[in-house]
Design a protein around this ligand. Structure first.
Ligand code: BGC
Length: 346
């Protein structure tokens, strides 16, 4: 079968390989689609990722949609089901959080992640998994279900925002989202689903992003973040860019919550007044927190959010569908891209 593989930590080592269909795992899944994200580009650039123990190549792809082809044993999935595999496996110790199904909050860092850390990914014609690693998705979502993994990241972010907010009276009205990539747009969608006034800040003045934001009933801003960010009850930072991060840290409303979702590159130094930032955070009871990955509850919340969303809006987020054979084109960043998807059946 075909599989898009890389040699982790070696730039430009991606290639389409012919590999055997895996034999471990009781559910055989036919790959239908894989979304490409910043993490995949980092791995392809040689900056991140690890192959499974004893191997030197890693099958790429962690935002996936597949169809169950065969089930050897029980487990709640059936032939023909549309499924989204979950990226992270609990650590083997397991830590208390992983043992409780909260592997997204793993305490010892020994977790593994498909297509990222020590487990093959899903940019392949077939993969095998245990049923407990799969989330069944409604057929009505069709190809749009490839957005469930990124939506699960955002569903976790909002869940944690709400849990933190519940430390006192919590009646948020406004949210600011920085970055109108897939994570930012999905964060804006979930903010609107919560009835909040949502402002999205991005540097792109034209193209489809402003249209997608406005179609949600949210406001799109370019220019100076300072002009839009004062006083948001919730800020979801999705750029990972240090200047934007610094700007949002001190700009939430009193008792505001800043949620950081962007995995930044190191080496973006700036000179800042930490004491002043500390003073603001303390005197305003502000919270700044980071979030990564998602557990089953968040995937289910993501399914629910996508089912409630306008399907044509979700479809417009997928700006390019590229056959697996043309994977090089999928990995190239093009100006009007939002979400690029590898089509495994084309
Ligand atoms: C994935 C997460 C993963 C994170 C860190 C993201 O791109 O969506 O599931 O935990 O990378 O490896």
């Amino acid at each position: 079968m075909r599989a898009l593989t890389v040699r982790p930590r070696v730039a430009d080592s991606a290639r389409l390989d012919d590999v055997p269909v895996p034999d471990a795992g009781s559910v055989l899944v036919r790959g239908l689609a894989v979304g490409i994200c910043g993490t995949d580009r980092e791995i392809v650039d040689g900056d991140y990722g690890q192959a499974p123990p004893g191997e030197d190549r890693l099958v790429l792809g962690h935002e996936a949609l597949g169809r169950v082809e065969r089930v050897d044993g029980g487990g709640g999935v059936h032939v023909g089901d549309l499924v989204v595999p979950m990226v992270r496996h609990p650590d083997p110790v397991p830590c208390a959080n992983c043992a409780a199904g909260e592997w997204d909050m793993c305490r010892n860092g020994q977790y593994t992640e498909h297509g990222i850390l020590r487990r093959h990914g899903f940019a392949a014609d077939y993969y095998r998994l245990e049923a407990e690693r799969l989330v069944r998705v409604p057929h009505s979502l069709g190809m749009l279900a490839v957005l469930i993994e990124p939506a699960s990241i955002v569903a976790k972010a909002w869940e944690h925002i709400e849990r933190i907010g519940a430390r006192a009276l919590w009646k948020p009205r406004t949210a600011l989202v920085t970055g109108a990539g897939p994570i930012g747009l999905l964060a804006a969608l979930l903010g609107r689903q919560r009835g909040l006034a949502v402002h999205v800040f991005d540097r792109d003045p034209t193209g489809i992003k402003p249209e997608l934001v406005r179609a949600l009933g949210a406001e799109y801003h370019v220019g100076e973040l300072m002009d839009v960010s004062d006083g948001a009850d919730v800020i979801v930072e999705c750029t990972g860019a240090s200047a934007v991060i610094w700007d949002v840290l001190s700009r939430s409303a009193r008792s505001g919550i800043v949620c950081l979702t962007g995995v930044s590159h190191g080496g973006q130094r700036m000179s800042v007044d930490v004491a002043q930032l500390n003073r603001t955070i303390v005197l305003e009871n502000d919270v700044v927190f980071g979030t990564v990955n998602a557990n089953r509850r968040h995937h289910e919340a993501a399914v629910d959010a996508l089912c409630r969303a306008d399907a044509s809006w979700l479809a417009r987020m997928i700006t390019r569908r590229v056959p697996l054979a043309e994977w090089r084109a999928a990995l190239r960043d093009e100006p009007d891209d939002v979400k690029v998807v590898l089509d495994l059946e084309a």
